[in-house]
Design a protein around this ligand. Structure first.
Ligand SMILES: C[C@](O)(C(=O)O)[C@H](CC(=O)O)C(=O)O
Ligand SMILES: [Mg+2]
Length: 298
C-alpha cells in the first residue's frame, strides 16, 4: 500500500473539498496538463473519447480494456490529478471486471464508472439502449469491489435506466447498486434537475451529474446542481468537441486558402505550448548535463 495518499483517496478528498466537484474530460496527456493549469482538481477519461479520438470509431462498445489502459497510463504519467475512467460495462464478466479494476489501479486511475447496459452498449444519450437485469449489474459491482487492491479506489455505478425503464426503476437500481458495494452513483441522461435530489436521497452516496453537450440533459450550472445535492459534475467531451471544431476550421482554411494566416488566432502559440510543457526547464537540464559531461572529460 502506498504511503502517500493513493489516487482513490485523492479523488475522495476532492469530492469532499469542492462542492460540487467539477471533473473535466481530458482527451490525452496534454489536455490533462491544460485542465490542471485551468485549476481543476480531478479529470476524466471518456469512453466515447477513447473511441473517437484514439480509435476513430463510435461509442458502441468497440474499444477494449487495453485501449483504455494506454490512454490512462499516458495521462496519469503526465498529470498528478486524480483520474476518473469510463470503463463502459467493465469489458466482460466477473473475472474480466476484476482484471479491469486491478489493471486500472496499476495504471494510476483513481476511480472508474461502470454501467448497467448490455455489453453491446450505446452512448447514454442515444436511443436503443438495453440494460442487463439489476442482479447482473449487482454481480458486476461485487466483482469490481472484490478485486480492489486499494480500498480507496472508487467504484462508481452508472445507471442508464431512466431513459429505458423510467425514474422509479432507475432509483431502485441505484439503491441496489449501493447495497452491492458501489461508492458513488452516476445518474445518466437525467432530464429534470429535481431528479438528482431523488437519486441522492435513495442512494445516500455521492451523485454524479453528466453535463455532456447536445444530449438529453439540460446544461445545468454548478449552482443549480449544488442546490439539488449533486456532488460531482462531469464535462466529458467539452474540450474535445471544441478542439475538433477548431481543427476542422484550420484544415478547411489551409486547404481552401493555401495559407493558415486567417486562423492563427485559433492557435496556441509555440511559446504557450512550451510553457505548458516546461520546455525551457528541460532544455536547461540538457545544457547542464552536457556541460557536466564536458567538465568530466577535461
Ligand atoms: C460520459 C460518456 O459515457 C463518455 O463516454 O464520455 C458519454 C458522453 C457522450 O456521449 O456525450 C455518455 O454520456 O454516454
Ligand atoms: Mg461512456
Amino acid at each position: 500500500m502506498p504511503s502517500s495518499p493513493s489516487a482513490g483517496q485523492r479523488f475522495r478528498e476532492a469530492v469532499q473539498n469542492e462542492r460540487p466537484l467539477q471533473v473535466v474530460g481530458v482527451i490525452n496527456a496534454y489536455a490533462a496538463l491544460l485542465a490542471e493549469r485551468a485549476g481543476f482538481r480531478a479529470i476524466y477519461l471518456s469512453g466515447g473519447g477513447v473511441a473517437a479520438a484514439s480509435l476513430g470509431v463510435p461509442d458502441l462498445g468497440i474499444t477494449t480494456l487495453e485501449d483504455v489502459l494506454i490512454d490512462t497510463r499516458r495521462i496519469t504519467d503526465a498529470c498528478p490529478l486524480p483520474l476518473l475512467v469510463d470503463v463502459d460495462t467493465g469489458f466482460g464478466s466477473a473475472f474480466n471486471i476484476a482484471r479491469t479494476v486491478r489493471s486500472l489501479i496499476k495504471a494510476g486511475a483513481a476511480a472508474i464508472h461502470m454501467e448497467d447496459q448490455v455489453q453491446a452498449k450505446r452512448c447514454g444519450h442515444r436511443p436503443g439502449k438495453a440494460l442487463v437485469a439489476p442482479e447482473e449489474m449487482e454481480d458486476r459491482i461485487k466483482a469490481a469491489v472484490d478485486a480492489r487492491t486499494d480500498p480507496s479506489f472508487v467504484i462508481m455505478a452508472r445507471t442508464d435506466a431512466l431513459a429505458v425503464e423510467g425514474l422509479e426503476s432507475a432509483l431502485e437500481r441505484s439503491r441496489r447498486y449501493v447495497e452491492a458495494g458501489a461508492d458513488m452513483i452516476f445518474a445518466e441522461a437525467v432530464t429534470d434537475l429535481e431528479m438528482y435530489r431523488e437519486f441522492k436521497r435513495v442512494s445516500g452516496v455521492p451523485i454524479l451529474a453528466n453535463m455532456t453537450e447536445f444530449g438529453k440533459t439540460p446544461l445545468f450550472s454548478t449552482r443549480q446542481l449544488a442546490e439539488v445535492g449533486v456532488d460531482i459534475v462531469l464535462y466529458p467531451l467539452s474540450a474535445f468537441r471544441a478542439m475538433s471544431a477548431a481543427a476542422v476550421k484550420v484544415y478547411q482554411t489551409i486547404r481552401r486558402e493555401g495559407t493558415q494566416q486567417t486562423v492563427l488566432d485559433l492557435m496556441q502559440t509555440r511559446a504557450e505550448l512550451y510553457e505548458v510543457l516546461n520546455y525551457y526547464a528541460y532544455e536547461q537540464k540538457l545544457d547542464q548535463l552536457f556541460a557536466k559531461e564536458r567538465r568530466d572529460d577535461e
